[in-house]
Design a protein around this ligand. Structure first.
Ligand code: ZN
Length: 84
């Protein structure tokens, strides 16, 4: 009698390695969604506009976002929001 474990990602059967790799990707994806939301909630006090994430990509450390805004001040605040 043995115990057999099944690993599934989104209902699809995968190997153990694939499963843990998938988890890692998901966690990274979630983190990047949260950071993106924090950036896009940042509003410029001077111009009343919101910061925007124009692109994001994965890096060895996690991910990198390119932030756009109406002025340097907003971008700087959005970057701080992303890091908090
Ligand atoms: Zn501004």
């Amino acid at each position: 009698v043995g115990i057999s474990l099944e690993y599934r990602v989104d209902g699809r059967r995968v190997s153990k390695d694939q499963f843990f790799k998938g988890m890692e990707e998901k966690v990274k994806g979630m983190a990047s969604d949260q950071v993106r939301a924090a950036v896009e909630r940042t509003r410029c006090a001077k111009h009343g506009r919101y910061a925007r994430v124009v692109s994001s990509r994965k890096t060895a450390q996690g991910f990198q976002l390119d932030i756009q805004g109406c002025c340097d001040d907003l971008i700087e605040r959005a970057q701080r929001a992303a890091l908090s």
